[in-house]
Ligand binder design. Structure first.
Ligand code: PMV
Length: 356
C-alpha cells in the first residue's frame, strides 16, 4: 500500500526537523503477530512534553551503493552503538522507502526528558524519525497528500516500535482494527473519529519516576510471552471490549467508568506478565505504595485522579486540568518520597508531531 516507485528525484540534498511526543496507552497493546501487528486494538493519550527532536540531513550519493549510509548523533555527539538498531529499521522499511539507498544521511536526535528516566524513548524516537523520512520522500517528489503522509509515517513508525505508531497525531489515537472505530487499522494508528469530552481536554499526566533503571525484561520478550499464554484469548477480547466502552466514556465524560477501565487495564497488563511462563514482575514496592495512596486520596477527596502503568515500575498519574493544584500538592506531600531522587515529570495530552 505504501510502496512508492523509485522516480527521478527533484532534489539533491536537504534537511528536515520534527519533534514527536511519547504516548501513554489507556487500553494496552500486549501481544503481537506477523510483522509488528497487534493482537488487539489499543488506545492512547498522546503526550506533549516528553518528546524527541530529530533532524535528518540528506545528500544524494555520488554512486548508488547497496547499503545504507548514515551517521547517528545523539545530542550532537556520534553514537555508533545506536546504528545497528537504525540499520535494522532501514532494512525493514526499505521496500516502502527505496530512496534510502540513494542518499547519505546524518540523523541528529535529542530527548526532552532525562536520559535513563525509565521513560521509553522508542515511541517518540521512532515517530520523529518516521515523520522526517516521509517528509524527505515528499521533498524528493512523492505525491502523497497530507493524510497519506501522516498514515505512512505511522505505518513506518510501527515497523520500528509498535506503540510508536500512536505518537504521530493526538490527542487520542487508536492502533488496531476495531469495529467501533471507523478507519482503524492494524497497519497504522488513527485519531479517534469523535470529539472527546471537555473534561479530557488538557488532561494531565504526571509521571512518577519510581525506577529509572533499565527494564529487566524488554517489551519484545513480553509480547512474545503472550504466544501460548493461558489467558491470551480472553485478554485480547477484554481489551477490545474495554476499547468499545472507553470510546463511549471519552465522549460522555463519565469519570467513574473512565477510572475503572484505565486502572483495570494497567493491572491486567501486569497480571499478564505475572502469569506468563516464565513469569516476571516489573512493579516495585514503591509502585504499590503509590497506587494505594492514590486510592486513599481519591476516596477522601473525591477528586477523579487515577493511575496507569506501562511496561515498568513508573506510575502515570492522570487527572483533569481543573484539579492540577490539588493533585500536585498531593503528589508533593505524599508521593515524591517513592520517586527516585524525588523526580517526576509533568505532562499533558497533546497533538503529535510538529515541524521545527
Ligand atoms: O511498542 P512496544 O513494543 O514497546 O510495546 C509497548 C507496550 C506497552 O507500553 C506496555 C503498552 C502500550 O500499548 O503502549
Amino acid at each position: 500500500m505504501f510502496t512508492t516507485e523509485n522516480t527521478s528525484y527533484i532534489k539533491e540534498k536537504g534537511k528536515v526537523s520534527f519533534s514527536a511526543p511519547s504516548n501513554i496507552a489507556l487500553v494496552k497493546y500486549w501481544g503481537k503477530h506477523g510483522v509488528q501487528l497487534p493482537q488487539n486494538a489499543s488506545l492512547s493519550f498522546t503526550l506533549s512534553n516528553c518528546k524527541t527532536i530529530t533532524t535528518i540531513s540528506y545528500v544524494r550519493k555520488e554512486k548508488k551503493s547497496n547499503d545504507f549510509d548514515f551517521q547517528f548523533l545523539f545530542e550532537g555527539n556520534p553514537k555508533p552503538s545506536f546504528e545497528p538498531k537504525i540499520n535494522t529499521f532501514f532494512e525493514r522499511i526499505y521496500e516502502y522507502c527505496p530512496f534510502l539507498k540513494d542518499f547519505s544521511f546524518v540523523i541528529d536526535s535529542q530527548n526532552t526528558f532525562p536520559h535513563s528516566s525509565g521513560i521509553a524513548s522508542s515511541a517518540s524516537g521512532m515517530a520523529a524519525m518516521a515523520q522526517c523520512l516521509v517528509t524527505i520522500e515528499k521533498e524528493l517528489g512523492s505525491e502523497l497528500n497530507e493524510e497519506q503522509l501522516i498514515q505512512k509515517a505511522s505505518f513506518l513508525a510501527r515497523l520500528g516500535s509498535g506503540s510508536a505508531c500512536r505518537s504521530l497525531e493526538g490527542p487520542v489515537t487508536v492502533w488496531g482494527a476495531h469495529e467501533n472505530i471507523g478507519g482503524s487499522s492494524d497497519q497504522y494508528a488513527v485519531k479517534v473519529p469523535f470529539e472527546i469530552h471537555e473534561v479530557f481536554k488538557n488532561y494531565q499526566d504526571t509521571v512518577l519516576l519510581v525506577d529509572k533503571g533499565e527494564k529487566q525484561v524488554s517489551s519484545t520478550v513480553g509480547h512474545n510471552l503472550m504466544h501460548g499464554h493461558p489467558f491470551a484469548k480472553q485478554r485480547f477480547q477484554q481489551a477490545n471490549d474495554n476499547l468499545t466502552e472507553l470510546a463511549e466514556v471519552m465522549q460522555s465524560g463519565d469519570m467513574d467508568r473512565f477510572i475503572h477501565i484505565v486502572e483495570s487495564e494497567a493491572l491486567t497488563l501486569h497480571s499478564m506478565m505475572m502469569t506468563s511462563s516464565p513469569y516476571f514482575i516489573l512493579m516495585k514496592p514503591e509502585t504499590l505504595e503509590v497506587i494505594n495512596h492514590i486510592w486513599q486520596f481519591r476516596r477522601e477527596s473525591n477528586i477523579p485522579v487515577c493511575f496507569t502503568l506501562d511496561a515498568g515500575a513508573n506510575v502515570h498519574v492522570l487527572y483533569p486540568e481543573s484539579f492540577k493544584e490539588d493533585v500536585l500538592s498531593f503528589i508533593n506531600n505524599q508521593l515524591v518520597r517513592y520517586c527516585q531522587n524525588k523526580q517526576y515529570i509533568c505532562d499533558v495530552i497533546g497533538t503529535g508531531v510538529q515541524s521545527l
